[in-house]
Structure formats: C-alpha cells, structure tokens
Design a binder for this molecule. Structure first.
Ligand SMILES: Nc1ncnc2c1ncn2[C@@H]1O[C@H](COP(=O)(O)OP(=O)(O)OP(=O)(O)O)[C@@H](O)[C@H]1O
Ligand SMILES: [Mg+2]
Length: 445
C-alpha cells in the first residue's frame, strides 16, 4: 500500500546500527511513509513523545536503553500507549516473546525479515490501530517460564498479534525448509542422473578397451590356431596322397579305408576342439565362480605352448602340489595370463633380435609361471628372461595406450586391461618388478 497524499503515516525507527536504520528508512520512504530515526531506546521514547508516530519499529538490543525498556515506557504513557510497536528480534528463545509481551510489544518481526512480510505487518497494524484504541483493558496473567515469572498485562489482540507473528515466522521457515527440501530433491535427482550417465560412459569405455584388447589377442590366437592345425592338416594331406599309391599297389581294401577314415576323423576332432577351446576362451565369464587357478593356467599353456615353442621359447610351470582355487572370472583370468605371457614373449623376441646382431649365441627364451601359497596368500608369478622393463617406464606400463612397441605392433591396452580385471573386477593385486635378467609380474590373490 502506498501512502501518497497529505496524511502520510509517521513511522519511528529505533535502531542503533546506522546502516540497518538507513536501509529500513530508505525502504519505508520508498512506500511513502514519513520516517524518523532514533539511535536507542531512550532517544526513541523522547522522539515518540515529540512526534507521536503512527507506528514504532524498534531493535531490541541497543546501548543506553534497549527496545523492551522503551516499550514499557511508551506503553506506560497514556498519550502514547496505543501506538503499535514492532520489535525486530532474533527470537532465539521463548523468554523473548514473553518478555516482549510483558513490556507490551504489539508484534515481532524476526530477523532476517523480508520486505514483503514487514510491509504487510505495518499495513495490518496501522489498519487495526483504531480498533485497538477502543479494545478493552489488559488481561493480567501471571506466567512462569524457566525460573522467571512474568506479569502479562497486554490486550488480547496484542497477545494474538504476537502469537500470530511468531506463527507466521514458523510458517515462513517451514515454507523455506520445504523449498530447500525440494531443491535438494531436484539436485539429488540431477546428481543421480549424472552418476548414471558417467557410470554408463565409463562402462562403455571399459567395454571398448576390453574389445580392443581381445581383438589384439585375436591375431595371436589365429596364429596359434593355425599352428595347432598344421600338424593334423599335414597328417590328412599325406593320407590323401597315400590313397593314390595304395590304389596303384592294390592295398586299398576295406581295412585300409576304415583306418584312413578313423585317422582323418580323429584329426578333425582335434582341430575342432582347438577352435572350441579358443572360442570358449574368448567368451566373457558370466559370473564370479570358484575356479581352479592351476587348471586355468594349464589350459592356457597347453593352448599356446606349441606356438611359443615355434618362436624358440619354453613355457615352464612351477606349481605347488595343493589345490589352488579362488573366486573370480576364469576366462578373464586366463586372458590376463595370456597378456602376461605374450608380453614376456615379445620382450624375449626383442632381446633375441638385438642379440642376433651380436656375435654371442642368443640365450634360450624361458617364461616361468609359478604358483606359491604362504599363509593362505596365493601368488601367481610370470617371470621371463627378456631383459626386464626399463626403470624409466616401469611406472607407466599399466596406463592405457602406453606401449613401446609402435602402434602397428602394440595397442598398449594389455596391461591396463589386466590390471582392471585383476584389481577392479576380482579385487586382487597385480604388480610388476624386474627380476634377474627379465621382468616379473605378480598376481596376489
Ligand atoms: N615382460 C615384459 N618385459 C619388458 N617390458 C614389458 C613386459 N611387459 C610389458 N612391458 C612393457 O610394458 C608396455 C605395455 O604393455 P602392454 O601389454 O600394456 O602393451 P603392449 O604389449 O605394448 O601392447 P598390447 O596392447 O598389444 O599388449 C610394453 O609396451 C612394454 O614396453
Ligand atoms: Mg601386451
């Protein structure tokens, strides 16, 4: 409500902080109130007598005389007692309200307050001040709170006003709380969505890396299959050639044919088993199971050993006698072992290539896979004699895409994937060190 025109309502502000007073004055003048300021309770009561304002807004804590004392003085003066007084307070405990009532305050505005709530309170008090003048006498109640007794002489309307003002504040706080709660819920939802998106994109990246490293292994795998097939294919082709001669020499009887058929079928069986083994290995494990670590390593070694022998490298197994089982993903575990032995083979071949340019005879390539168990701690080690990992790069070898083999030979994903599988998926540990003459990778289960 704007107070334009001649009868601008007079408001007295009693406030010791000059900044607070100036802010409030500016705000009220903006709504055309006629504003006077006093800087403490004493000056406030003197000013009230002088100008007889329509309303007083007073701070509580002030030097010389506080808001409560001033309230008492004004309410005790017959000429001034009908002027509504609003106390600005922090209302930190119920005594504040009761003491305010005792002193005859009409309304509380709890700091920090909004412009809207202060203006509506002023409007209301000014509009009802006429009624108040004719509203009966004090109630006169004695009220005990804590260990103090208060005598409340306020009018009924005044008490109601005070209660309404605190109730209003509670409602306002409640509304703010609700808004904050709503904000939090929205934030939470956004956060959850973000996490889901991030997780999804992280998983997609990891999936891509796994695929990449599988593709890298496929090349080696096809070589290994080709190698495994060479032997049976030789057998089959020489049998086919013998058929001609057998016919020439009249040896091609029923027994001869059955023998050829059996041999070919057994070779084909062997060949299809090789393919099955490799396909089985490529398939990801569906869930964690308890699996036999020794057998898994033996399976990988028997699949790849012939291929390694071809490169002049011996794969040695150095296992303890006990059963060694663990909970994990068996195919992924085999993939890690394959990564490690492939890296060892590469290191040995690089060393051989270097040594070929020198006069000495190349050292025989050896990869040793060991299993040890100490106090229930199982360790799988893959040790080679490929010359070791240069100290300058040993801290980087587990990073994705780190390779020293050139982009057409290595993807640099092998060890990153191996570490992810061992540490994140299985909860074990994978670390690298240099042993005598080569590198040693240790999986701690
Ligand atoms: N047994 C080892 N001896 C020496 N260096 C090794 C050994 N194993 C790994 N490295 C070093 O770590 C690097 C990273 O190995 P990683 O398996 O991650 O990638 P890569 O073998 O280069 O490529 P790919 O993704 O094809 O396996 C290798 O390029 C090599 O320099
Ligand atoms: Mg590798």
């Amino acid at each position: 409500m704007l107070n334009e025109g001649k009868d601008r309502a007079k408001i007295l502000i009693v406030e010791d902080s000059s900044t607070q007073a100036a802010l409030l004055k500016r705000m009220l003048e903006h709504y055309y109130y006629d504003v006077t300021v006093a800087d403490n309770g004493l000056n406030g009561s003197i000013m009230a007598k002088k100008i007889v304002p329509s309303l007083i807004i007073s701070d509580v804590n002030m030097p010389v005389m506080d808001g409560y004392e001033m309230c008492k003085i004004i309410k005790g003066n017959e000429a001034l007692q009908s002027i509504p007084i609003i106390l600005l307070t922090e209302l930190s405990n119920p005594d504040d309200i009761i003491y305010g009532l005792e002193c005859g305050a009409d309304n509380f505005i709890i700091k920090p307050y909004s412009e809207r709530s202060l203006l509506s309170r002023i409007d209301y008090l000014l509009a009802t001040s006429r009624i108040r003048k004719s509203d009966g006498a004090g109630v006169g109640i004695e009220l005990s709170l804590g260990n103090k007794t208060y005598l409340i002489n306020s009018e009924k309307r005044q008490i109601l006003n005070l209660l309404v003002s605190t109730y209003e504040k509670t409602l306002e706080q409640n509304r703010e709380l609700k808004e904050k709660e709503q904000e939090l819920t929205t934030l939470n939802a956004i956060l959850e969505q973000r996490i889901a998106e991030e997780t999804k994109s992280g998983m997609q990246k990891e999936q891509l890396l796994i695929q990449q490293s599988k593709m890298a292994e496929m090349g080696g795998m096809i070589n290994a299959i080709a190698h495994q097939w060479r032997q049976p294919l030789n057998v089959i082709s020489s049998m086919a050639q013998d058929l001609d001669e057998a016919y020439e020499y009249g040896e091609l009887n029923r027994d001869y044919l059955v023998n050829v058929k059996d041999t070919i079928l057994s070779q084909v069986d062997f060949m299809s088993k090789t393919v099955d083994d490799f396909c089985g290995f490529l398939r990801p494990s569906k869930e964690k199971i308890i699996f036999d670590i020794k057998r898994s390593i033996e399976e990988i070694v028997s699949m790849f050993s012939p291929y390694f022998v071809k490169s002049g490298i011996t794969l040695n197994l150095d296992f303890i006698y006990e059963d060694v089982s663990a909970l994990g993903y068996p195919n992924e575990f085999k993939q890690v072992i394959l990564n490690l032995i492939n890296n060892a083979r590469d290191a040995i071949l690089i060393r051989h290539a270097k040594e070929a340019t020198q006069t000495e005879l190349p050292v025989e390539g050896i990869i040793n896979i060991g299993i040890t168990k100490e106090y229930e701690k199982i360790k799988v080690t893959v040790t080679d004699n490929g010359g070791g990992i240069p100290e300058a790069i040993i801290g980087q070898i587990f990073e994705p895409y780190f390779t020293t083999k050139g982009s057409n030979k290595g993807t640099g994903v092998g060890l990153y994937m191996s570490k992810t599988i061992i540490e994140n998926n299985m909860g074990w540990k994978l670390r690298a060190a240099n042993a005598e003459g080569g590198a040693q990778f240790v999986i701690e289960i």
